[in-house]
Design a protein around this ligand. Structure first.
Ligand code: CA
Length: 520
């Protein structure tokens, strides 16, 4: 039903825009004095280098690796209006753990989500008893909307259209329906768990009705988001500010055919050679996955277009000046770098380094920012920028960088590193369900180095070391021996010890690798 109707209704709305934005008391809603709206757009698996502006003279000096040969005109323009983070880091570069930290301001050991969510890991689910960013905004007078992939709620047999059953047949179950009591104050809901058919997406709405769509998902989700802005159906209380998260699945796999992207975008890349598309020094273009490069970049360009359409609607509605807009991702994509098929969940830069751009007109001065931003910092920082710093819960582990971003104050106390985390399945019960997680790898990334230590699951002894000088070796081709650099090794292990203590990590509590890491 609804997609055609939706398009028609949206086109019809264009003419209504001036009425909406001039409605009520004769000015845009909300007015300049009110709390800012917040829009958080985060496509899935989009690496930091996949933004065209990084290749320009203005931006290239701020990152050490080459920008991808990708076309993103809307992000290029947005970057000039935003604070562009060069060192935003997905600490646990995997869908569910990232999202858990994003919503709670906590590391995966406390968010409830140390592992990727599916039905084999029922314990692994966003905590019901935690106050999320949406709970906080809602408590402070906001309408809260969630559109797109959620992947924070462990699947249970709760299909609203087929009670007592999961929402999909496959085993394990990945997709999920999130009922109202698990939505953490999102009062507008148009979402699903995880599902990777980009041109046949589906969503459950606020009332639990399922919508099966025949359209590329980022386009459809942007239509839903724009309609929310227009408020054509009274989706929100226009006297309140709003907090809206839009989680697009592309540029997530699959990326292998025109079923996955828009043809107009694919046409921009189809005649380029793999050598022209995959330009990082650490790439292996002979991998089978290399054929996905034009489709991956086509998805990025499509996401860019939809993001641009959203910004344009915001402009048309007179909402730009009082709306904080973030563009980010949950983790990166290796795309044949390092010779690994896994797109994420590794300490390599392609996996951990994410886009993070934040625009707050008149409040945040556009610039490139080198602050090492960790995922749990995002929630308190957004609340701080929204004037809600006093409402940040005490148990939040991330830091509120709003004062620094707004004024440049406290620059001397900025973090010197970000913590890297990779967990594996731990113990299983008699039914084969995972009941705990194993903290396999911990590490730090500083402004220069990456150090990550992996332990053996049985012996808990050191198994593998990743150690890179990202300044001398931005593509992480030379895995160095820490013992050859004793002073750096000591500095990084001290930094790691501090991070593990601060975050109350299992490594700290169990004193893992105590002979090596100087716990105190
Ligand atoms: Ca993901």
């Amino acid at each position: 039903m609804s997609y055609l109707n939706k398009t028609v209704s949206y086109l019809g709305m264009i003419g209504l825009i001036p009425l909406v934005s001039c409605g009520g008391k004769g000015q845009a809603v909300p007015n300049e004095q009110s709390a800012p709206n917040v829009i958080y757009v985060f496509p899935d698996q989009m690496r930091n280098s996949a933004m065209e502006f990084w290749s320009s003279e203005k931006y290239a000096p701020h990152i050490r690796y080459k920008g991808d040969p990708v076309i993103t005109p809307n992000l290029n323009k947005f970057a000039d209006e935003a604070v562009v983070f060069s060192s935003a880091y997905s600490n646990t570069p995997l869908s569910s753990p990232h999202r858990g930290s994003l919503l709670t301001g906590m590391y995966p050991n406390q968010s409830g989500v140390p592992l990727n969510i599916n039905s084999t890991r029922p314990f692994n689910s966003l905590r019901d008893d935690v106050t999320t960013i949406s709970d906080l905004y809602s408590q402070n007078g906001y309408n809260c909307a969630y559109i797109g992939k959620y992947h924070l709620d462990a699947p249970t047999p709760n299909d609203p259209g087929n009670p007592g059953h999961y929402v999909e047949e496959r085993d394990p179950v990945w997709d999920a329906y999130t009922p109202p009591e698990k939505r953490h104050s999102f009062d507008f809901w148009y979402s699903y768990g995880t599902f990777d058919v980009h041109k046949k997406p589906h969503y459950w709405d606020t009332a639990g009705r399922k919508h099966e769509i025949r359209e590329w998902s980022p386009k459809h989700e942007t239509d839903i988001a724009i309609d929310y802005l227009i408020n054509s159906k009274g989706q929100r209380d226009s006297s309140k500010p709003f907090f809206m998260m839009i989680s697009m699945n592309p540029p997530h796999h699959p990326y292998s055919s025109l079923d996955d992207c828009m043809e107009e975008d694919y046409n921009l890349y189809k005649d380029k050679t793999l050598g022209e598309l995959l330009i990082r020094d650490n790439v292996d273009t002979t991998m089978a996955k290399a054929a996905s490069a034009p489709y991956y970049f086509a998805q990025v360009t499509g996401v860019d277009r939809e993001f641009g359409r959203l910004l344009k609607a915001l402009d048309s509605l007179g909402l730009t000046d009082n709306t904080i807009v973030v563009f980010a991702s949950d983790h990166g994509e290796t795309l044949c770098s390092q010779g690994i098929d896994d797109p994420k969940n590794s300490p390599y830069a392609e996996s951990t380094d994410i886009p993070f751009l934040i625009r707050y007109p008149g409040k945040l001065k556009p610039r490139v920012e080198e602050l090492i931003l960790s995922t749990p910092d995002i929630m308190p920082t957004l609340l701080g920028l929204s004037g809600l710093e006093k409402r940040i819960p005490r148990n939040v582990q991330g830091e509120n960088f709003a004062p620094y971003l707004l004024t440049g104050e406290n620059a001397s106390s900025l973090p010197k590193s970000a913590l890297y985390i990779r967990n594996l399945d731990g113990a299983k019960d008699e039914n084969g369900k995972v009941i705990s997680y194993f903290p396999e790898t911990r590490g730090v990334k500083t402004d220069r180095y990456t150090l990550a230590l992996t332990i053996n699951k049985e012996t808990r002894k050191l198994k593998e070391v990743y150690f890179f000088d990202n300044l001398a070796d931005p593509y992480q081709l030379n895995n160095l021996k820490p013992d050859d650099y004793p002073a750096v090794k000591e500095q990084l292990l001290n930094e790691l010890a501090g991070q593990l203590k601060k975050t109350d990590d299992p490594w700290y509590n169990e004193k893992i690798l105590a002979g090596m890491i100087p716990y105190y």
